[in-house]
Design a binder for this molecule. Structure first.
Ligand SMILES: [Zn+2]
Length: 201
């Protein structure tokens, strides 16, 4: 298979399995997200905990963005999904090297701040003037980061997110039950949308 044929095959799979949101994909996303979210508090701080946490982050982003029109998802889903997971690389200095240089006085690293989202949005705005496609990539990154913070803010361990760093070291959070309730609504909306789209086609 040539490289072009391979790329178009991957594109077809992406269109069919992710962008068209078949029922199977929805069910798998809900199960994986729910499992990751529920098991995370019991999985500990190591690799198992990270796997549960990041799976829940990835599925949260997927399920929330599934609610957008397909043309929007086509532009932002590819950058948003990895961004919603990779931001947690900023935990490495503390988790592996036991250094607090990103976490002095806060529950999570300083990069878990609205400033990071603002920087991504500023780059998106600048790029959109000359390179609209790159602008959408950065918009997707900003959205993926925002959805990551949305889940971190409602995580079950009650640790917070330094949203206003560097202006404030306060770590913000809200109740885990609120996060669960919002996600139940998101999941219900996903199934409703799937049903509407399927009955139209
Ligand atoms: Zn995080």
């Amino acid at each position: 298979m040539t490289a072009t044929a391979q790329r178009s095959r991957i594109q077809q799979l992406w269109e069919h399995w992710i962008l068209d949101i078949p029922l199977l994909q929805l069910v798998v996303a809900v199960l994986l997200g729910g499992l990751g979210n529920q098991l995370y508090p019991y999985a500990g701080e190591g690799a198992r905990g990270a796997l549960c946490d990041e799976t829940a982050h990835l599925m949260t982003t997927l399920l929330v963005l599934n609610l957008l029109p397909k043309e929007w998802r086509r532009k932002i889903l590819v950058p948003a999904l990895p961004a919603s997971v990779l931001i947690d690389v900023d935990h490495v200095p503390l988790a592996i090297f036991h250094t607090h240089f990103l976490t002095w006085g806060t529950d999570r690293p300083y990069t878990h701040s609205l400033l990071t989202v603002a920087v991504a949005l500023a780059i998106a705005a600048l790029c959109s003037i000359r390179w609209p496609k790159v602008g959408f990539v950065w918009l997707g990154i900003a959205i993926g980061l925002s959805l990551h913070f949305f889940r971190d803010l409602g995580e079950s361990d009650a640790s917070g997110v330094p949203l206003l760093w560097p202006f404030s070291y306060r770590s913000f959070n809200y109740g885990h039950a609120t996060f669960d309730t919002i996600m139940v609504i998101v999941v219900a909306a996903n199934f409703l949308l799937w049903w509407i789209r399927a009955s139209r086609s």
